[in-house]
Design a protein. Structure first.
Length: 446
């Protein structure tokens, strides 16, 4: 039976659980190392070990004795002198001579002051006591007369790590790597719902706004997902209410506009023409505003779109209306998108180029996993510093223009909104030879 928490387990408990498990594993390994591994030997050397070193001169050179002592072997033509800060003891020297089966006058043994223990009971291999022993805990120098020469062994205490320490360090490294792997897996597991939450929140666009964010993972992420779903619902309600309000206003305006147009028919010709032009301008403003509002709530219908054919159709339609529009493309271009929205995007760019730049030159080409469409014109270009501001709703570059010459400032806002809904982007700049250029980049697949 799987245990479930109604609101999800908090991240605090996950982290605390990982910490407890890590401590339990570490303590278990340390206890096992203390109990199971052989007990470490203290750092000392016995007289028997010194005697063994002196009796095997063929193993000369620098070696490591038991207890962490470095042994260096040498030969002298005379007895070794007593080193500085070292002393000798006749009883310990006699013990060494007995181990070597030699006379004490043929033996020399010097050791650091206060670093020797005598009358220590030596142990046989079977664990029983065998004889008196002496222990040296510091540096020492021992010599044995061998004919005309003296064989000398010097022992230097070092901090060399013993076998038991190496095994302990090795086990701790294994534990560290194991805990590191656990932490890495825990971090990935914990970050997975966070990444999913971020991806779901990033998809709250025109097409995927209806898809709720999955409520899963720790309690904090569940709370965040519920809050985002609630916010998404409120945004959707706001957009629907705004679109309905704009549609109602536009519908209500049509009736008085129709009455004004009817009454204008009886006005003098010079007045009537001006009134009808103003009415037509108001109708265009209403239509543009409705397009802009619907573009933020419309669900895109994605399918394979022939961009080359769509641009060719728009170019041909503009030419039939007497506009100077040309198209250059090197191949057949396709992408996944909404055909009607893409048609409105390029229609707005062509209209802007013709209206403000006298002509529109369309250049379509294929990029790395995307399609790049440029629309050039021969107009005055975009004033410096306004290349981003022109995409703001109801922004017009020249407020002194007459409404008959300019639009209502929504064309480029609609263009950018459609491009972003398709996972692309649109930029506007100036050409080196004069005029402006609008560049649209759309991925083949979204």
């Amino acid at each position: 039976m799987k245990l479930r928490w109604p609101g999800g387990i908090p991240i605090l408990w996950y982290t605390l659980g990982l910490l407890v498990i890590s401590l339990v594993i570490t303590l278990t390994v340390v206890i096992l190392a203390i109990v199971v591994l052989p007990h470490p030997r203290p750092s000392f050397v016995t007289i028997s070990e010194v005697a063994a070193a002196l009796s095997r001169p063929d193993t000369g050179g620098e070696q490591l004795l038991e207890g962490g002592f470095h042994k260096s072997f040498s030969t002298l033509s005379h007895a070794p002198a007593i080193p500085k800060e070292m002393v000798q003891d006749a009883n310990i020297t006699a013990l060494l001579a007995a181990r070597l089966e030699s006379r004490p006058e043929k033996i020399r043994l010097y050791f650091a002051r206060g670093s020797a223990i005598t009358n220590y009971a030596g142990r046989r291999n079977d664990g029983g006591t065998c004889c008196r022993e002496a222990l040296l805990f510091g540096n020492f120098t021992a010599g044995r007369e061998d004919g005309s020469r003296w064989l000398v062994v010097s022992g230097t205490r070092t901090s060399t790590v013993g076998n038991w320490q190496e095994r302990t360090v090795f086990l701790l490294i294994i534990v560290f790597l194991l805990l590191l792997l656990m932490a890495w897996g825990f971090a990935r597991w914990l970050s997975l719902p966070i990444r999913r939450l971020a991806q779901s929140a990033d998809r709250l666009d025109g097409e995927n706004a209806a898809l709720p964010i999955p409520v899963a993972g720790p309690s904090e992420l569940r709370t965040t997902a519920r809050a985002l779903n609630g916010m998404r619902g409120r945004i959707d309600s706001y957009l629907r209410e705004r679109t309905a309000m704009i549609g109602a206003i536009a519908h209500d305006l049509r009736t008085p506009l129709a009455r004004v147009a009817f009454r204008a028919e009886s006005a003098p010709p010079e007045v009537r023409d001006q009134i009808l032009a103003d009415i037509e301008e108001m109708r265009e403003m209403i239509a543009r505003t409705l397009d802009f509002a619907e573009g933020h709530t419309k669900r895109l219908s994605r399918h394979r779109v022939d961009i080359t054919a769509l641009l060719a159709d728009l170019t041909e339609s503009a030419r039939r209306m007497g506009q100077d529009v040309s198209l250059e493309t090197s191949s057949q271009l396709w992408l996944d998108g909404d055909a009607s929205s893409l048609r409105r995007l390029f229609q707005n760019l062509i209209e802007n180029a013709v209206r403000y730049g006298n002509r529109a030159q369309i250049i379509a080409e294929e990029g790395a996993g995307e399609i790049v469409i440029r629309v050039d014109d021969e107009g005055p270009g975009i004033p410096e510093g306004l290349s981003e501001a022109v995409f703001e709703p109801f922004f017009r570059v020249d407020n002194a223009r007459g409404r008959g010459e300019g639009g209502v400032g929504l064309g480029l806002s609609i263009v950018r909104s459609i491009a972003q809904d398709h996972g692309g982007e649109v930029t506007l700049g100036n050409r080196s030879g004069g005029g402006s250029v609008a560049e649209v980049r759309l991925p083949r697949r979204i």
